[in-house]
Design a protein around this ligand. Structure first.
Ligand code: LMR
Length: 329
């Protein structure tokens, strides 16, 4: 008599467990390294709001900003291990996973953000999103931050002014070559270490879009900025490919639609963020923003051009050509 009772109890418990699992809430941890008052910070929060409104009880999004969960040395590894489910690293931080994406780091390649959007939306740009699936990463969209500006402890007007100065760079070989091309000394450092490296003189300069320079207070420890717009800082929102593919189809489809809307919103607001933060930096009176004459800009462009030639074979000529083609409307 006892055995059937135990069997029934066990069967009941299994059923309860299974039905509980069927209704379990999917937790999506979205980790990033910047402040909340930036294009990426706002994008992550908007994604959380919309996803939870649209999938109540099915999806919960936890956003961790400012490297509080994982800094940029660790976030990719954490995604692959399933410790977080979504991240949006800068395009410069993927070079261990795909060579093609390095096209975004080439200095003075794109005319402006509109050209970058044209390239991202082209067949080539979209194929880069899917270029890392075999390595376990799936790209879900491109988010802008903005164009990068040089900053340093001394005024940078001509490439020679950078000679011998130490510049913090993201972990990208192209950015390393870019600074070496002007005789400077690049140093790869995690984003969370930049303020203190600038403050203590571990490095003399950096390159950042206005929103990072403002939200991390870099302008307080860099007396000069040069409005160089020499390169792009944008992000790829990526998920662990297996996690994403294993989501129930209806949930995945709502999340993809939501991400597409958030992407459009982030990219519409990023320019306003840049303009607003540039203005706040200027008004702070703590740093000077230098403008380049057309001749000075050409001098930087000429000095850094060999970097494009050096890296084109590695990235793929067809990718670089497609990027250049996007400069023409
Ligand atoms: C940096 O390291 O400078 C940037 O990639 C940080 C970011 O995510 O904008």
């Amino acid at each position: 008599m006892r055995k059937p009772i135990i069997k029934t109890l066990l069967a009941g418990a299994t059923l309860a467990l299974l039905s509980g699992m069927a209704h379990a809430e999917t937790v999506i941890k979205f980790s990033h390294v910047v402040a909340e008052n930036t294009p990426k910070g706002q994008g992550a929060l908007l994604f959380k709001k919309l996803a939870e409104e649209r999938l109540p009880g099915k999806v919960k999004v936890e956003v961790y900003s400012n490297s509080q969960l994982f800094g940029d040395g660790k976030e990719m590894e954490a995604l692959l291990l399933g410790d977080v489910q979504l991240i949006a690293p800068s395009l410069s931080k993927f070079d261990r996973y795909t060579n093609q994406i390095q096209v975004f780091d080439l200095p003075f390649l794109f005319k402006d953000i509109t050209a970058i959007h044209r390239f991202q939306q082209s067949a080539t740009g979209q194929s880069i999103l899917k270029s890392m699936t075999k390595k376990g990463l799936i790209g879900l969209g491109y988010w802008d931050n903005g164009m990068k500006q040089f900053s340093a402890k001394k005024p940078l007007r001509m490439p020679e002014d950078a000679k011998g100065l130490k510049f913090r760079i993201q972990a990208s070989d192209i950015l390393e070559a870019q600074f070496k091309a002007v005789g400077a000394v690049p140093q790869k450092l995690a984003f969370s270490e930049v303020y203190s490296a600038l403050e203590t003189g571990v490095v003399d300069g950096a390159e950042n879009p206005w929103s990072n320079a403002y939200s991390q207070k870099f302008f307080e420890v860099q007396p000069y900025f040069t409005e160089s717009n020499h390169g792009y800082l944008g992000y790829m929102v990526v998920a662990n490919a297996k996690f994403w593919e294993d989501l129930p189809a209806d949930v995945r489809s709502v999340l993809e639609k939501t991400l597409a809307e958030v992407t459009a919103q982030v990219n519409t607001q990023a320019t306003a963020f840049s303009d607003g933060d540039r203005k706040k930096i200027k008004e702070s009176g703590k740093t000077e923003i230098l403008q380049l004459t057309p001749e000075q800009r050409t001098a930087w462009q000429t000095a850094m051009k060999p970097v494009i030639e050096q890296f084109t074979p590695k990235i793929g000529k067809e990718i670089v050509d497609a990027a250049l083609a996007a400069n023409k409307p």
